[in-house]
Design a protein around this ligand. Structure first.
Ligand code: 4AD
Ligand code: MG
Length: 461
């Protein structure tokens, strides 16, 4: 019989109704004859103000309550159209359900995000992290909703795998062998036949290759799951464990792939502006004052599109210098990506047709022999948000690429089979879910959009 604070805020008028609210004490201010409490119950970013008068039986206990204590308030909801908050509860009864210790490590003063990372189990109780993780949940739902409404089939690709989907080698190995006492074969090599899977396995870096197997049966599919990369990157946009959304479409080319990613991104942004206005307004006011403007622009403006070659020309002509020197053939660095999206276009921009040497083996060769049909979406503040491509569907070309990239052809035989039995052009992309969240929350560090982040040297909890 408790009422949610969210429900109270949804009602235009309250008519002095009797309600019962169960929540946590956020602040308490005691005046001569009454105390003002703010209580939050998790259903809303907003608190409800509770007025407790001196004549309540346990008034002394209440005035000494440490913040975070769990309380149950029964009383009347009174509209206060002239006050800052639209209504308040006049408590008839306030019982303490769980008293907090008084040494709660988070004070009312604003803590740095860095400090709050050391309190990852308590930071969901702050307004900022409440907003971020509410948005995380809504954004995930929006992604599923958009793709399902467009006929995409959700595929759960393996988390433990024996293939390196990106051919980049940044993998966490999975083993049951005792590393201090590895079994050896007679030839002195590690005896993998004694390992659980009897072969080398790792945590997946991407579900793409196995998603392709499903796209060639279901046409339009997607994965949305955890991926792992052992890149030793100490940057604000790399995590060792992150979630990726990977749509894959049969009969689609690079243009179709880009069109879908733009639509998907716009859908998520619109969904959040509709479903999380309080959270976005809070983040705009407290974390990133350009957030709402940026989201509106993302929703309304057509994304730009240029080739990699043109991007290099723009960077070479830039009226500023870069730490990492620009020349055709380099992998674009964050500073280059941000310059293009923030300064040149001031909105998301697709960069297409990258040199083949810096992209994965499965991307389709362009007729020029130098570039591949790849498209990265670069966005302000983040840089690369999406990586996509048209896949090499020609069996002979793919076999050649596997050789050029020095990959073991036996490991990719099943992947070649997909071309052998009914090849068709197909394309897809991967969105880093946490980078998307950084973009839609204004948070500047990927560690602050992951409930319990994993980065080099950090796997707490
Ligand atoms: O560009 P990437 O490596 O592409 C792939 O993995 C393809 N298989 C995707 C596909 O075509 N199906 O990664 C895709 C996206 C990046 O654009 C970036 O947003 C994110 O994943 N990402 C990371 N996010 C956080 N931490 C990391 N270490 C990341 N590495 C990539
Ligand atoms: Mg990439």
């Amino acid at each position: 019989e408790t009422t949610l604070i969210k429900t109270l805020y949804q009602q235009a008028q309250h008519g002095d109704d009797q309600v019962c609210v169960l929540g946590w004490l956020k602040t308490i201010r005691t005046a001569k004859k009454l105390s003002f409490l703010e209580v939050n119950d998790g259903s809303s970013l907003k608190n409800v103000q509770v007025i407790v008068e001196k004549d309540i039986a346990n008034y002394d206990e209440i005035t000494k309550l440490p913040i975070n204590s769990t309380v149950k308030v029964t009383g009347q909801v009174v509209d206060t159209p002239k006050a800052k908050q639209p209504f308040e509860i006049h408590a008839a009864e306030l019982s303490v359900k769980g008293q907090s210790d008084s040494d709660f490590p988070l004070q009312k003063k604003r803590h740095s995000f860095e400090y709050l990372r050391t309190q990852a189990h308590l930071r969901p109780r702050t307004n900022t992290f409440y907003a971020v993780f509410k948005i995380r949940s809504l954004a995930a739902f929006a992604v599923h909703q958009f793709l399902q409404e467009h006929g995409f089939v959700y595929v759960n690709t393996p988390i433990i795998t024996s293939s390196d989907a990106e051919g980049a080698g940044d993998m966490f190995q999975v083993t049951t062998l005792d590393l201090n006492n590895l079994p050896k074969t007679e030839a002195g090599k590690v005896d993998e036949s004694q390992d659980f899977f009897k072969k080398e396995t790792n945590l997946t870096v991407s579900g793409q290759l196995t998603a392709e197997a499903f796209a060639l049966a279901f046409r339009d599919v997607y994965t949305f799951g955890p991926t792992f990369r052992a890149e030793n990157s100490h940057t604000p946009r790399h995590a060792a464990e992150f979630w990726m959304i990977e749509p894959e479409m049969a009969f689609a080319d690079l243009q179709a792939e880009m069109a879908l990613s733009e639509k998907l991104l716009k859908y998520v942004v619109d969904y959040l502006m509709q479903k999380a206005p309080d959270e976005l307004a809070f983040l705009d006011a407290n974390v990133d004052d350009g957030l709402l403007v940026r989201l509106k622009k993302t929703s309304q403006a057509d994304f730009a599109q240029i080739t990699y070659t043109k991007a290099i020309e723009l960077l070479e002509k830039a009226d500023r210098s870069f730490d990492y020197p620009v020349k055709w053939g380099i992998d674009l660095q964050t500073e280059h990506e941000r310059y293009l999206s923030e300064e040149v276009y001031q909105k998301p921009v697709f960069v297409t047709d990258y040199p083949k040497g810096i992209k994965a083996f499965y991307m389709r060769d362009n007729p020029d022999g130098k570039t591949v049909a790849a498209a990265d979406l670069l966005v302000p503040r983040i840089g690369e948000l999406i990586g996509g491509s048209q896949r090499e569907e020609r069996q002979a070309e793919l076999t050649k690429k596997i050789g050029e990239f020095d990959l073991n052809p036996a490991e990719y035989q099943w992947y070649l089979d997909l071309r052998k039995y009914g090849e068709t052009k197909h394309a897809g992309f991967g969105i880093g879910f946490e980078r998307l969240l950084m973009y839609v929350t204004g948070m500047e560090n990927i560690r602050d959009v992951i409930p319990f982040p994993r980065t080099p040297g950090n796997a707490e909890f």
